[in-house]
Write a protein that binds this ligand. Sequence first.
Ligand SMILES: NC(=O)c1ccc[n+]([C@@H]2O[C@H](COP(=O)([O-])OP(=O)(O)OC[C@H]3O[C@@H](n4cnc5c(N)ncnc54)[C@H](OP(=O)(O)O)[C@@H]3O)[C@@H](O)[C@H]2O)c1
Length: 333
Amino acid sequence: MNTQKKILITGANGFIGSFLVEEALNRNYLVYAGIRKNCNTDYLIDNRITFLELDYSSTETLCKSIVHAPHFDHIIHNAGLTKAEKKEDYFTVNFRYTKNLIEALEKEKKTPEQFIYMSSLAAFGPADHTTAGVVKLTSSPAPITAYGKSKLASEQYITHLPNFPYLIIRPTAVYGPREKDLYTLFKLINSHIEPYIGLKNQALTFVYVKDLANAVFDAMATGKSRKAYFVTDGHVYDRGNLGAIIKTTLNKKTFRINIPLGLVRIVAFFNEVANTLSGKTSILNFEKVNELGSLNWQCDNQTLCDETGFVAHYNLENGLIETAAWYKKEKWL
Ligand SMILES: NC(=O)c1ccc[n+]([C@@H]2O[C@H](COP(=O)([O-])OP(=O)(O)OC[C@H]3O[C@@H](n4cnc5c(N)ncnc54)[C@H](OP(=O)(O)O)[C@@H]3O)[C@@H](O)[C@H]2O)c1
């Protein structure tokens, strides 16, 4: 008899999802990758992976998607929309689809031992408003973007389900190989441009994608449920650290450019108009400006460390060095 635990990881083909799949395989799970029809599966090439196409559009379509699937011991619901044309899209994908999935699991009597929801620090917003200067588990959530609000809506739905065995993971900014947002900064610095937005310094937090994957599985391994954890590498960085490390890693001399926040807002305004007309999503929109303009993204991972034994193996320096090496190997740089 096969005693391997079965795990379904949604959004498995994305940046974080593909690392969750790798970690699940490392930990000897029987891995089911929850994906959408016709998606890119370039990072899911291990032949131990079973693919499961999920149609999240309604509870009924999801019931059909999972009816012949096994009863999963664990589900990591990691699929999520991080950039959207319309604010409503965040709610549809991040909240409505999560609700549809949980309802379908309940209908099919397939609720797992643990349902891990990949939320975000954005659900609580920056620490700007907190008296402690750090977002803690006891802080009141104050998301500043529609994305963060949609994640919070899911969290509130999940935590109000009686006896539902959830674990909520709230990572700060995640970076690493395959990631495309911080990659923009790598490309600029590679072209000798080191941009800074606004004049004020910021307290930034990060977690390397492999550490995040470990944190998720360490939290699952405790067997606990009905818990939430912030995930960060435990350090606080200023924006100069980020630019300086990338610059050193790429061995580039740069022109430092300070772009006033007001100007960025104007550009974001025109981008939003262009997006509405073209139906495309731009990396710079009002949502992003709100996040970029926030001064303090500190969050407290002490409970995660105490309860799961989580230790971050990467700080920003060795994480960015490994990331740059991957970008170069894959000829992204
Ligand atoms: N990256 C970060 O810094 C960060 C920080 C905190 C939390 N998170 C959360 O981590 C999760 C993964 O993010 P990521 O950075 O890995 O993003 P990503 O690379 O864009 O991956 C997102 C995944 O979600 C799936 N997805 C997106 N829209 C969907 C839809 N309408 N229906 C079904 N599936 C959909 C994507 O599938 P397709 O390939 O088919 O589009 C992809 O597999 C998200 O829930 C995100 O909110 C990310």
